[in-house]
Design a protein around this ligand. Structure first.
Ligand SMILES: Nc1ncnc2c1ncn2[C@@H]1O[C@H](COP(=O)(O)OP(=O)(O)OP(=O)(O)O)[C@@H](O)[C@H]1O
Length: 766
């Protein structure tokens, strides 16, 4: 491109940067003032809260004033936060104000218009757009359109225009480092540049190079269920994070970041993606792992983690696997639903409510209450039972006010405690002294019986675990023998004795509890995202849908990376979910191009898969993956050590990936004395720099500059069920991949991968 063109563009960049700097200056002044004002209000507030209240009138006045100050403080805090976020955004813009330019000519216009696109909008003093936000309707042309006639969606309907030019920029610290004109959606040159860079601790936003299919995912606002099936490294996670940023922009008035929830595969991942939204000027959505979600809902019970389950998968007998599959199916959740609808009162597992070890409400009486109510939905009937119990509790509180122990307790109250119990009521203003005493007595008893109230409120008078056991004992279990079914029931009950439960019982158990008690649903959540969906059972996904009934769903996954189950075809998955959720607008988007790895690594990884041909490798150069075969374990560790040395010459992060935790520990034990290496566990939240070792299930969704796969021998990867694991390991590597085998290499490699896509350091002997 002519140098003068670049100079012209650089001049514009300089001008815009200058305007942004001036603006930052102004906002910074506002920010300093906002902070000062907030400090003033806060000081005032704390001075007032330390006032000694001796006179009741003072107290009332002060509390009104305090409330006003509190409201003012929270407004000021919000204002300060907005200014803080604006400052952060403008500082980013100052370094790199935009990444794209489109020249468009609207119908009937004599001249074309030039628009620049960046991570946020920026206008000059006269409200002219110097930079358009990448999420603005007009910006979609940049991602979707090739030159010529194009259409784009606006709130007012579809608009037509003529796209005359599309230009991409790489601007760093206010300097254009490269610039290309392109007719493609977003040209490869820019992608080459960003993908060739070294891995950061956290994921980067991809707004400057979003691809057309990714853009479809990001800008979809119509689907109730959007399923994205994308090959490893195709940008699924990236796309959903930009999608969240897009939705927050698109529905700014109705949607808050905390109304979006994302299920992520592990804690390392949660941290890994945590910078993307803030880098786009948005707050993070809620993030949760399956373990965190279920543990929060089943407090007091230790739920087997998905990782524990993976670790013991090989120990399961065929009939245990059948049981597991049945419990994870839609049919099983339907059976739970049917059971809950036909359950008669005498089959409810009500339980006593105890107080100080004695029965306070007898389960027979609770059953009688339930029995006495007209037939209606279980949740409604349960709620009415609850209300009746609370009424009875109140009556009991009234009766108890005359008890001797209460009178004694009142006598022993200090003046201060007495006043605290009176609260807002004014001493001496009761009609009679007895009324005041009665009031205090009620307060004391209510406090004492709080535990009973909580038990009612939290539905503790239904033993949901026993109820679920009753369901298990009665449900039809076609294709599973009675003895196998009985064995699982015994195992469930035994687990309960130790306060433990297996993962496959969790979704049906919670579902049953929620239907019977009318609890567990969050209607505020507007969007539900599940990454690595292939690692969740249909039963779990159904439970999420039940738990967040108003949320639109976006599920992403790669059926080939199934670690915990068999591979399923994307269309089948969509159909299955569509049927299960009863949604109208369901859409499947496939991503087949892989961006993460070099061309040789993707070519190697896709050859592992039976239908890997559909994967397109991004054309980025790199070394061929290396297979190192050693027949002795010690020699294999030495080989790992050599591979690490080689990798560290050019790479910042080197991950040794193993099949399970035991192998990760063994590798760590052998290497940690002589080199700086970290063993990662499921409790870890951040990735260190340098060399680390971890089982593959903790590396889900992550990527590393260099990957060393530990022990890809036939013994360790014997069957076609291991394909998903091997593929997931290989596809974590961005720039370099080595695979170590102790003994003959798995046939998944030796029989499927052509010799010219890898380097072998030892001849195969199998
Ligand atoms: N359009 C893009 N522009 C720049 N980088 C991209 C783009 N799409 C994907 N990438 C990069 O490719 C890598 C893989 O992306 P991401 O992790 O989102 O893929 P994924 O499909 O979720 O992968 P996996 O299923 O293997 O975990 C990341 O480094 C991401 O930044």
């Amino acid at each position: 491109m002519a140098e003068s063109e670049k100079q012209i563009e650089q001049k514009r960049v300089d001008k815009v940067v200058q305007e942004i700097s001036d603006h930052i200056h102004r906002v910074a002044t506002d920010y300093t003032e906002a902070r000062a004002e907030m400090k003033r209000v806060q000081q005032n507030y704390s001075a007032n809260t330390s006032v000694n209240y001796f006179e009741v009138d003072d107290r009332i006045e002060t509390s009104a004033e305090l409330q006003q100050q509190r409201a003012l403080a929270s407004r000021l805090i919000e204002n300060e936060q907005i200014l803080r976020r604006q400052l952060d955004t403008f500082h980013e813009l100052e370094k790199s104000p935009y990444f794209g330019r489109i020249d468009i000519q609207d119908p009937g216009e004599a001249e074309s218009e030039r628009l620049y696109i960046g991570t946020a909008s920026f206008t000059d003093e006269d409200q002219n757009f110097l930079v358009y936000d990448w999420r603005a309707p007009i910006s979609s042309i940049y991602y979707n359109g090739t030159l010529g006639k194009v259409a784009y969606e606006t709130p007012a309907g579809i608009q037509q225009t003529d796209l005359k030019k599309k230009r991409q920029f790489l601007i760093q610290n206010g300097e254009i480092t490269s610039m290309f004109d392109t007719n493609e959606t977003v040209g490869d040159e820019m992608l080459q540049h960003v993908l060739g860079e070294q891995n950061d601790d956290t994921m980067q936003n991809i707004v400057s190079t979003i691809q057309r299919e990714q853009n479809d995912i990001i800008r979809d606002t119509k689907s109730d269920l959007l399923v994205v099936q994308g090959v490893a490294g195709s940008g699924k996670t990236s796309a959903i994070l930009q999608r969240i940023a897009f939705l927050l922009y698109h529905s700014r008035d109705e949607l808050e970041a905390d109304q979006i929830i994302l299920f992520s595969p592990n804690r390392l991942f949660s941290h890994y993606i945590s910078d993307v939204l803030p880098s786009l000027g948005e707050r993070n959505m809620r993030q949760v792992t399956l373990a965190e979600f279920v543990n929060q809902r089943l407090q007091g019970l230790t739920v087997e983690s998905i990782f524990d389950r993976y670790e013991r998968a090989n120990d399961l007998s065929e009939s245990q696997q059948q049981v597991q599959q049945f419990k994870e199916s839609e049919a099983f959740m339907t059976a739970v639903h049917d059971y809950s609808q036909t359950l008669t009162p005498e089959h409810f597992n009500f339980t006593h409510i105890l107080f100080n070890g004695d029965i306070f409400f007898n389960k027979r009486d609770i059953e009688t209450i339930y029995q006495s109510l007209p037939n209606m939905q279980p949740a409604e009937r349960f709620l009415q039972t609850k209300n009746k119990l609370i009424k009875q509790l109140k009556k009991r509180i009234d009766i108890e006010t005359d008890a001797q122990w209460v009178a004694e307790e009142i006598d022993q109250l200090s003046d201060e405690d007495y006043r605290t119990l009176l609260g807002n009521k004014e001493r001496g203003r009761f009609q009679q002294v007895d009324d005041e005493i009665h009031y205090i007595a009620r307060k004391i008893i209510t406090k004492r019986l709080r535990i009973v109230y909580d038990a009612i409120y939290n539905n503790y008078f239904l033993d949901t675990y026993a109820q679920y056991a009753d369901f298990l004992a009665n449900v039809d279990h076609p294709e599973i023998s009675d003895s196998a079914w009985q064995a699982q029931l015994t195992a469930y009950q035994k687990g309960l004795e130790y306060h433990k439960t297996s993962l496959d019982d969790v979704a049906p158990l919670l579902y049953l509890r929620d239907i019977l008690t009318g609890s567990g649903q969050n209607r505020r959540m507007q969007h539900l995202f599940v990454d690595e969906m292939q690692d969740y059972s249909v039963a779990q996904l159904l439970y999420f849908h039940h738990a967040f009934p108003k949320a639109k769903m976006t599920y992403l996954g790669d059926s080939e990376q199934a670690l915990y189950s068999d591979v399923e075809a994307p269309d089948e998955i969509l159909q299955k979910l569509k049927d299960a959720f009863h949604v109208n607008k369901a859409r499947l988007i496939r991503l087949t191009k892989s961006y993460r790895s070099t061309y040789p690594i993707t070519t190697f990884a896709k050859s592992i898969l039976p239908d890997g041909d559909q994967i397109q490798a991004f054309n980025r150069e790199g070394e061929l993956p290396k297979i190192v075969v050693r027949y002795d374990e010690d020699e294999a560790y030495t080989a790992v050590d050599q591979c690490i040395n080689h990798a560290l010459k050019t790479n910042g992060t080197v991950a040794i990936l193993t099949k399970n935790m035991a192998e990760a520990q063994a590798v760590y034990q052998h290497l940690h004395r002589d080199r700086d290496i970290t063993l990662l566990k499921d409790t870890d939240r951040t990735l260190p720099k340098g060399v680390f070792v971890l089982p593959i299930y903790l590396a889900k969704g992550l990527e590393f500059d260099s990957v060393i796969a530990w022990n890809v021998s036939q013994e360790n990867f014997p069957s076609s069920r291991d394909v998903g694991i091997l593929y997931t390991i290989a596809s974590r590597a961005m720039h370099e991949l080595a695979l170590i085998s102790v003994g003959p290499v798995t046939k998944l490699i030796s029989e499927n991968i052509p010799n010219d896509v890898m380097r072998i350091e030892h001849a195969f002997t199998n």
